[in-house]
Design a protein around this ligand. Structure first.
Ligand code: ZN
Length: 499
């Protein structure tokens, strides 16, 4: 391949390149399934156990053992297939993918090759307000490998087989994406979907949702595909987008300088923000796929497919539409709230406690998400770990709507609820935060403020209407924020009328 001087990698800006070159991107996603046990043995599939705790002769690849299929894996694959409009194959089969690596003691991975369980299908993505359909090639089942752990000093490499035999879905797209932004939208959409389906936690950092990208570029207006490169080792959506942008710029630079792209696998280096060559790309025939002799074909009957279809939850698109139509939320709110199933569940629980959907949406998208981010709870799939129960938040909104507290005081109560865990009503009572809606004390405060600012009163009466905001602020300050703001406004206007 053409070697580039250091520092020039990726220096062509995307703006220059998009006019002459069209990127072509296809993604392969590996989603670890949330089954209790592994795919071919009874070992726990849980993440995070001490090394090699969850192992047995089957997942350690001992000779003479026989794999037994976990039925739940098939159910999860069918779920994913139905949610993406795939055709579910009535009959599919297992294949051995042969290669050697220390994390694969059998010398082969049990996967699906010629006859995958799900074929076709699509995912619709939205980029810059435009909807685009990304077709799926297939979804197939396979086992995960163990994990190599390299000693920081380079003295030893260790292998942890806890992950060996954890079930995976490989979801393969057609090369339908033409920009890093589209790839990012596809991945986010797919992750939302597997989370809704309850089949994968979508955690990219822990590696339970992994993405390999195939990328090539071609002169705009042509249809033949350029030489593609596979990029691996990206463990966040941002990393995928950056790696793709880097590769597009690299391809264009090489081609414009008259060089050729080598078909290979490249690794994303997140520290240096560049890709580097890992190995020349292997081809399917290198793996010597052949039918797995230890497992019978998978037969999926129509009645099973229909029972899985009946158990599907409301999917993101449908939920988004319902939030707009039934709850009257703006499309943007509906988009944000349904981007995660747990977030949407939380929001709906708030609304069940007190039916003010727009107020609930404002609190959840603002203060709640801010806290979740601050406390790094983004990946907690359960709202039980969140700092505030939805019922408490609903009660807080009810206190504002009933006029018991002002919106400003509600922010104070919210912070106190998060710190102390108390109920909003108890906090309001204990701290004497109840909104003052009696005219007497408010008028007293108004008279004091007006007496202290005779010049401004004169200016207001001479036509400087904007000073009203100043007086409201002063009165709210004088009442420690407890005065009912609409009442303060009305009384001030009355008092400030020219005498
Ligand atoms: Zn096992």
């Amino acid at each position: 391949m053409t070697q580039l001087p250091p520092g020039r990698h990726g220096s062509a800006s995307l703006d220059d390149t998009t006019s002459r070159w069209e990127p072509v991107i296809g993604l392969e996603v590996h989603a670890e399934l949330l089954t209790a046990s592994k795919i071919f043995c009874g070992c726990s599939a849980a993440f995070g156990a001490p090394p090699n705790r969850n192992t047995c002769p089957v997942c350690l690849g001992m000779p003479g053992v026989l794999p037994v299929l976990n039925r739940r894996v098939v159910e999860f694959a069918v779920r994913a297939g139905l949610a993406t409009d795939c055709r579910i194959a009535p009959r599919s089969r297992w294949a051995r993918k042969n290669y050697f690596y220390p994390d694969l003691p059998k010398g082969y991975q049990i996967s699906q090759y010629e006859q995958p369980i799900c074929v076709g299908g699509f995912i619709d993505i939205v980029v810059d307000g435009t909807t685009k359909r990304v077709r799926l090639t297939r979804i197939h089942m396979e086992e995960d490998t163990g994990k190599n752990i390299h000693d920081a000093h380079g003295n030893a490499s260790l292998v942890d087989f806890n992950r060996s035999g954890v079930p995976l879905l490989e979801i393969v797209s057609e090369p339908d994406m033409t920009s890093p932004a589209e790839a990012g939208a596809y991945l986010r959409g797919l992750r939302t979907l597997v989370q809704y389906l309850g089949i994968c936690d979508g955690n990219m950092e822990e590696g339970s949702f992994r993405c390999d990208a195939n990328i090539s570029v071609r002169p705009r207006g042509t249809t033949a595909l350029g030489v593609k490169v596979e990029v691996k080792n990206m463990n966040s959506f941002r990393a995928v987008e950056k790696a793709l942008a880097f590769e597009i710029a690299r391809h264009v630079r090489v081609l414009e300088e008259g060089g050729t792209i080598v078909q290979e696998t490249r690794l994303w280096d997140a520290e240096r923000e560049e890709t580097r060559s890992m190995r020349s790309k292997e081809f399917a025939h290198d793996y010597r796929y052949f039918p797995e002799p230890d497992l019978p074909p998978i037969v999926v009957e129509e009645v099973f497919v229909e029972s899985v279809r009946a158990s599907l939850p409301e999917l993101p698109d449908a939920r988004r539409a319902r939030f707009v139509e039934q709850l009257g939320l703006p499309p943007y709110d509906a988009e944000v709230l349904t981007s995660r199933r747990d977030l949407a569940d939380y929001f709906e629980a708030v609304v069940r406690t007190h039916p003010n959907a727009k107020a609930a949406s404002n609190w959840v998208m603002g203060d709640v998400l801010r806290l979740v981010k601050e406390r790094k709870l983004d990946d907690a799939l359960t709202i039980t770990r969140w700092p505030l129960s939805p019922e408490r938040l609903g009660e807080l909104i009810a206190l504002v709507d009933s006029g018991t507290i002002s919106g400003k005081i509600a922010k104070t109560v919210f912070e106190e609820m998060v710190t102390s865990g108390g109920s909003p009503r108890a906090i309001v009572e204990a701290k004497g935060l109840t909104q003052v809606s009696d005219e007497g004390p408010i008028l007293a405060a108004i008279d004091k403020v007006l007496a202290a600012h005779p010049d401004k009163v004169a200016d207001y009466r001479a036509g400087k209407d904007k000073l009203l905001g100043f007086f409201v602020g002063q009165v709210m300050k004088a009442t420690a924020g407890k005065a009912n703001p609409p009442l303060v406004n009305r009384l001030l206007v009355e008092r400030l009328k020219p005498v």
